[in-house]
Design a protein around this ligand. Structure first.
Ligand code: ADP
Ligand code: MG
Length: 712
């Protein structure tokens, strides 16, 4: 099963390349490449019955087909019209002009795709299609088998779903013919406890099902398997880390009153509780591994700073890693303020510069220094806190005695990057720093338990007092000007506003019609500064700008020199401008709920009433419902559960970054299953940490650990 596919099958180099794009190299990889959907021929719909937004399969005759170039975007497009006797529908093919030739001739075809609407009515764009008269041999295999359900696989260029199905049939035949026993990665007794079918049953049910119920049972098995393996890896990391010693602080709680007395506010109950439990961890002999989850604005930084303070009091060092330069710099400045009464040195390292606070030579509070100088001082222990981006985890960064590593927005880093910061272990006796990870990304509990299985979770579920509730409005297209006028008034009163667009520039992808009228930062910037707010000063921030330009744009906005900042979601994370009270989001259907929630959190920082205006070009009910949830939800975690329960795991934002497959995501709707997988993984490792009794588990866990699970 581990051997390359080409050892067993005749595979052309083209297919091999295409397969490797899908991450498929071995027989096992292919067996674990699951269909994304199944089609039975009853699923077919009459064209007259189609409605906007649905995924549908139709069968009909092509009644016209022509290729042309759109004048606006110089895009090649094939336009066809297909009729099935009940009605006709337009089917367009972007960037595939040759489809006009392939589809001419009046033959019957089936088309599967999403039904969309534009000014001229319903249409499908680049649907999957099949000819009724089979034109390849592979095709015949599937149809003639007489299965009720035809599997459809995720495709890539150069490899069709049909080819995959055909190849899998061959593999199953060979398994049967040669009586090959597949070894089940899940131990028998474990499967028995949860009544999960064995590996061969499950594989054949998922690839060539006779009934929908068989698919469900098989998917459940693979969902459990996947979550179990992730748990196994996380629990293993956890136990491994906990086997190292760490820095045992004496009595960190004694350092707190002094630190707090310098703050202009008192802590919330949730902050106090979080600090309590963190301090307990800091007195442990094993390294802390804690994740602090809290909505944007819940005050995570101060919690982290309290812990840093306790570490500094013992003459030890701390590191603070953030995902972007903008956020790193902001933390660098914040820490300067928080520790201004302490005689300590803070360093900043990013890929573009290094700085040190306080400066000894100039009148500026901090100064630019060379990287080699900074690293020398970090290694000698002279720098007490080092703040930075990914630059912080380069090999040449070494600390004298790093006792605490803080990671902000930890979901933006991979597990490996996290490990590089806290786990450069040379020997079992080596001291590892305590780890405090922080995130504002509201994710459902099941997902947190899974992907953060190696961390203890603490929730900051209380906002600092006096925060205004944000007023969120979905703005109807004809009310756009009212929103602009409202914004103008707020700005005249001294406030500032963000305008967020889903992309940077107009051009880019044209193969998807959804992108054609998506708002862009550059176009909105132009429109706002010329037509809407000619009297205001408008800035722009996006990922194509270099760090200097970004910093300049951010500073101008921070200092109130620009009143409106038009940006992509780069401002999503951590940018703190208390005077900004308006968040305007264009093309909101392009963002996930969690992301929208984070975006509006950007204007929750001040004492003035904040507003969020949401625009969408999509009239689909699904979008409206989702956005309504955003209007109603009390906090991000509530929103995340909503996303999971009502929209399904597959709808969770940024799903790919968690490294969990669609099938695995299914498990996340089932807290019992996730808890069972976690318990099983824990028990197994407690009993047999090396997995000596489970060589297959060990092998699979080792390979998974190497490749599959990486974030971003
Ligand atoms: P986040 O959790 O999003 O990182 P921050 O730590 O940046 O939030 O805190 C947001 C703002 O709230 C900061 O300006 C911070 O000084 C302030 N803040 C934090 N804790 C409190 C508190 N207990 N009372 C009042 N303001 C607070
Ligand atoms: Mg923060």
């Amino acid at each position: 099963m581990k051997s390359p596919l080409s050892n067993h099958l005749n595979i052309t180099p083209q297919h091999e390349r295409a397969l490797s794009h899908l991450g498929i190299k071995t027989v096992r990889d292919l067996l674990y490449h699951f269909p994304i959907r199944y089609k039975s021929f009853e699923d077919q719909k009459a064209i007259a019955d189609l409605s906007e937004g649905e995924e549908a399969t139709i069968q009909g005759r092509v009644i016209s087909a022509k290729a042309e170039k759109t004048w606006k975007r110089k895009m090649n497009i094939a336009r066809t019209v297909v009729s099935d006797g009940t009605a006709s529908i337009r089917i367009v093919w972007f960037n595939q002009p040759y489809m006009a030739n392939i589809l001419s001739g009046g033959a019957m075809h089936t088309f599967s795709g999403k039904v969309q609407r534009d000014k001229k009515g319903l249409f499908m764009a680049n649907p999957r299609f099949e000819s009724k008269t089979p034109f390849t041999k592979e095709k015949e295999v599937i149809i003639e088998k007489g299965d009720q359900l035809v599997p459809f696989y995720p495709e890539t260029k150069g490899i069709s779903s049909r080819w995959i199905a055909f190849t899998l049939q061959k593999i199953f035949k060979a398994i049967e013919k040669n009586n090959i026993a597949l070894v089940d990665p899940l131990p028998d007794d474990m499967r028995a406890r949860y009544k999960l079918p064995d590996i061969l049953q499950s594989l054949s049910a998922i690839h060539s099902p006779k009934k929908h119920t068989h698919i469900e049972t098989a998917r459940k098995r693979f969902a459990f398997e996947e979550i179990f393996f992730i748990q196994l890896l996380r629990q293993r990391e956890r136990l491994e880390r906990k086997s190292h010693p760490s820095f045992m602080l004496g009595s960190p709680e004694k350092t707190l009153p002094n630190f707090l007395s310098a703050l202009p506010f008192s802590l919330t109950g949730a902050q106090t509780k979080a600090i309590d439990i963190i301090f307990k961890n800091l007195t442990d002999e094993t390294p802390m591994a804690r994740l602090l989850e809290g909505d944007v604005g819940s005050g995570k930084t101060v919690v982290a700073a309290s812990a840093i303070n306790a570490v500094l009091e013992e003459g030890l060092q701390a590191a603070f890693m953030a995902p972007t330069e903008v956020v790193a710099r902001q933390h660098y400045q914040e820490l300067q303020t928080l520790f201004k009464n302490k005689r300590i040195y803070i360093g900043l390292i990013t890929s573009s510069e290094c700085r040190k606070f306080p400066s000894k030579v100039s009148y500026e509070p901090d100064t630019h220094i060379s990287k080699s100088q900074l690293l020398k001082w970090v290694a000698s222990g002279e720098i007490n806190i080092l703040v930075g981006t990914h630059a912080l985890i380069q090999k040449n960064v070494t600390f004298k005695n790093l006792a605490l590593a803080v990671i902000d927005e930890q979901h933006r880093f991979g597990i490996r990057q996290r490990a590089m910061l806290v786990g450069r272990r040379k020997s079992a006796q080596q001291m590892l720093p305590h780890l405090l990870s922080m995130t504002a990304t509201p994710i459902p509990r099941t997902l947190a338990l899974t992907i953060y299985g190696d961390l203890d979770l603490t929730l900051l579920d209380e906002m600092p007092p006096g925060r205004k509730q944000i007023k969120t409005t979905i703005v109807e297209p004809d009310k756009r000007n009212d929103a602009y006028e409202f914004m103008r008034k707020e700005i005249q009163n001294g406030r500032q506003a963000f305008v967020v667009c889903p992309r940077i520039a107009e051009e880019a992808r044209t193969d998807n019609p959804m992108f054609l009228d998506m708002k862009s930062v550059k176009a909105e910037y132009k429109k706002l500064s010329k037509d809407i707010f000619p009297e205001l000063s408008i800035g722009m921030l996006h990922g194509q700008m270099n760090p200097k330009e970004k910093e300049k744009a951010m500073n101008a906005f921070r200092q109130g020199k620009t009143q409106v900042l038009v940006a992509t979601s780069v401002i999503e994370v951590g940018v703190n401008v208390p005077n900004a009270t308006i968040m305007m989001i264009e093309g909101a259907e392009r963002f996930g709920l969690a992301q929208l929630h984070q975006l509006r959190g950007r204007v929750l920082r001040g004492t003035h009433q904040p507003y969020c205006f949401i625009f969408t070009d999509s009239a689909s009910q699904k979008t409206q419902e989702r956005l309504q949830a955003l209007v109603n939800a009390k906090n991000g975690f509530e929103l995340a559960e909503y996303d999971l329960q009502f929209r399904g795991a597959g709808e969770l934002t940024g799903i790919k970054q968690w490294g969990i497959s669609d099938v695995g995501m299914m498990a996340l709707q089932n807290l019992k299953m996730v808890e069972a997988a976690r318990t099983e993984a824990r028990n197994l490792l407690t009993e047999d940490f090396e997995l000596k009794k489970y060589p297959l588990l060990k092998e699979k866990a080792d390979t998974l650990g190497d490749s599959h699970i990486h974030f971003e």
